[in-house]
Design a protein around this ligand. Structure first.
Ligand code: HEM
Length: 655
């Protein structure tokens, strides 16, 4: 942190002067519940820079603003961007006030016996690492997996989960004792370094928030609007007209009654460029090419036969994650569950497509993972050029440059992988071996592209774009669903207990759950459905109209965007009793219920109050794969085994 150090080396030891000045001031510091600090400077108060503050003895409004190193009073024209009066004259030069304030708040909370200090953990298996802030990730970032021990249930969490407060506390501890040999400057430097590092870490974590989680926040905001204005609302995103469907009836109108008009997808600059001009599947316009790919997907690529063929790949990856968790539990190490789950789904998809794992130690695999992340980020980012017509060619956010780089890297990697596959295929043909046993999705796509009898010939761009699609939509979705399911189970120990008992009764204690067990685990299936109802990973899926149509008496022009608010549909009180409660039992149909004509709620798009995979022709073609991965992984993670089998990491040889 060279700049901070430079600031401190000033003639006349300015930092020490400031320490003294601060000690002289008799002001008290209050802390608001949102952790912002306010100085109550007493009757003859003066600000840190010696400028008198107006009024006295009251909570003061922020009257000082940082300008050219001085915290000056700004008078009546109070700027909205002002620093509070306790703020030091130069940023981060003296943080003792901040540190002391946090100390006081801690002491006050201790006096009050803050309830949060007393809260027991929900379930013995997972302990939240208090040093890490909670985030939109259902499990936060770090969870320690601990072998179930009843005593652990009483372990207490400290009041604040944020990392920065913890560091500030450490700094005060450092000040309190043991560091008397350090000069004030050294202490300050250490503190500034620590705070800066922590803030940088927090920011980079925020940046890593997957697009699916950001989408959930948007869905919540639109839900609030729909409560006020009704189930179908029209909004403008820049110059683009959009409609939002927030009730099952309206969703049905769009997705079933007028399905043909709403089977397109809106294009964005990112989707168009990364998919070689929408030559993929997800963003392809509704037409003959899309229909051909849909047929190929359902019969070949994501159909039952291919899924069976690639079952060992999934089994092996689930085995691996169970091993990792078990090893870490033995040593008491913290596990970032979200990260492990994303690694699992990345590996599953990557190995199913091209036999390459996404583990960090292999160069190529690491690049697959990084690219996947960059592509998801680019596709999920709000781009002004997509919404404001005069920004179209300006590239104000530097998006175009980023896209060119990402696609360049992707081209290089994919061309090499395709070439390797072609070589392997040639060798196989020369050896007279044309069996299906070790075919991956890329092999199947190459077979299709070489088949001259088909109505559409796939180009290399089509293949590359399709693979990019599957990575973008097939990895995070399954990982986040599993993470949410785990979070719900941790918060509902009785449901967890019931699920574990069910797994015991079907699988026993000596072997790992397999995909073939899932049909015999109805309660586990219900848990996953309930998770998808409350936490759909596609909370707001989009379509675009190809022609004018009239819905709910509103005339909607062609090229209007549709947002289906799946998040709101799953909470509609008209369809769900105690909609906010996590209750898997609502998906269990007893024999008596069946006798009285009650049927299972369908999750594949027949019931419009539950659309986690969309609906109709354009619905998700990866439902079966997604459900298999989520259900089996969840079952394997909550199933306490007597011994954990050693992962066979390579059932299929990598090319
Ligand atoms: C829990 C996991 C998953 C969820 C919640 C999910 C959800 C969705 C949703 C909501 C859509 C939009 C549907 C619509 O417009 O009606 C979609 C589309 C799609 N999904 Fe999934 N998905 C999951 C897993 C997967 C997997 C594993 C794959 C493939 C390997 C996949 C491939 C696709 C594709 C290709 C589309 C675009 C379909 C089209 O435009 O025709 N999904 N998914």
């Amino acid at each position: 942190m060279p700049e901070a150090r430079d600031r401190l080396v000033k003639p006349g030891n300015e930092a020490e002067e400031m320490f003294k000045r601060r000690r002289r001031s008799s002001g008290t510091i209050e802390i608001r519940s949102d952790e912002s600090l306010i100085v109550n400077t007493g009757t003859a108060s003066s600000g840190p820079s010696g400028v008198a503050a107006r009024g006295s003895g009251r909570r003061r409004r922020n009257l000082y603003r940082y300008s050219g190193g001085e915290n000056r009073e700004v008078g009546r024209r109070v700027s909205r961007r002002v620093l509070p009066s306790w703020c030091p004259r130069k940023p981060l030069q003296d943080i003792t006030t901040v540190v002391r304030a946090f100390e006081r708040k801690r002491a006050r909370l201790r006096e009050m016996g803050d309830e949060r200090l007393e809260s027991p953990l929900p379930y013995g298996q997972f302990v939240h690492d208090p040093s890490v802030s909670s985030s939109s990730a259902p499990l936060g970032h770090n969870f320690s997996l601990i072998t179930p021990q009843p005593t652990l249930l009483t372990k207490r969490n400290p009041p604040f989960l944020g990392k920065v407060p913890k560091i500030l506390r450490d700094i005060t501890d450092q000040e309190a004792g043991g560091s008397e040999f350090l000069t004030p400057e050294k202490k300050l430097l250490n503190s500034i370094d620590k705070v800066e590092k922590a803030v940088e870490e927090e920011i980079s974590r925020l940046k890593q928030t997957p697009a699916a989680k950001k989408a959930e926040r948007k869905a919540k905001a639109l839900h609030k609007l729909s409560i006020q204005y009704g189930p179908s609302i029209c909004i403008f995103l820049g110059s683009n007209p959009c409609v939002v469907a927030s009730s099952p009836e309206i969703a049905k109108e769009f997705l079933k009654t007028h399905e043909a008009s709403w089977s397109g997808r809106p294009q964005t600059e990112a989707s168009d460029y990364l998919t070689y001009g929408s030559q993929d599947f997800t963003f392809a316009p509704y037409g003959p090419y899309w229909k051909f790919m849909k047929k190929v997907c359902m019969s070949e690529l994501l159909g039952g036969r291919t899924l069976n063929l690639l079952r060992p790949v999934r089994h092996c990856e689930i085995n691996r994650i169970v091993n990792v968790l078990f090893q870490k539990a033995k040593t008491g190490e913290a596990v970032d569950i979200g990260c492990e789950l994303r690694r699992l789904t990345n590996n599953v998809i990557s190995r199913m497509i091209m036999r390459v794992r996404c583990s960090e130690d292999e160069d190529e695999a690491g690049e697959v993972k990084r690219l996947n992340k960059d592509v998801s980020d680019a596709l999920g980012k709000f781009n002004l050029s997509d919404h404001i017509w005069f920004c179209k060619n300006l590239d104000l956010q530097g998006m175009k440059k980023k896209l060119v780089k990402i696609r360049g890297r992707y081209d290089i990697m994919m061309e090499r992988i395709i070439e390797e596959h072609r070589d392997a295929r040639r060798r196989k043909i020369e050896n007279g071996d044309d069996g299906d046993a070790e075919k991956d999705l890329l092999d199947i796509l190459l077979d299709i592209s070489e088949d001259e009898s088909l109505e559409i010939r796939l180009s290399i761009e089509n293949i590359k774009a399709f693979i990019l699609d599957i990575f973008a939509v097939g990895t995070d979705t399954s990982a986040i669903t599993t993470e949410w399911a785990l979070a719900e189970l941790i918060n509902h120990p009785k449901i967890m207990e019931k699920a574990v008992q069910e797994i015991y009764s079907v699988v026993g204690k000596n072997r790992l759950v397999e995909e073939s067990d899932i049909v015999h685990l109805p309660y586990l299936q219900a848990i996953v459905k309930e998770t998808l109802r409350l936490h759909p990973t596609g909370p707001l899926f989009t379509r675009e109209s190809s022609e004018d149509c009239t819905i709910a008496n509103y005339r909607i022009p062609a090229k209007t965007r549709l947002f289906v608010n799946v998040w709101a549909l799953g909470r509609d009180p008209k369809y769900w009793d105690n909609a906010l409660e996590f209750k898997p039992e609502r998906f269990i149909v007893s024999t008596e219920d069946r006798g009285s004509g009650k049927t299972q709620l369908d999750i594949r798009g027949q019931h419009f109050q539950l659309l986690p995979f969309g609906s109709g022709q354009r619905g998700c073609p990866g439902v079966s794969l997604g459900l298999l991965v989520v259900q089996t992984t969840l079952a394997a993670m909550i199933h306490p085994l007597v011994c954990v089998p050693v992962a066979r990491l390579n059932p299929f040889p990598t090319t």
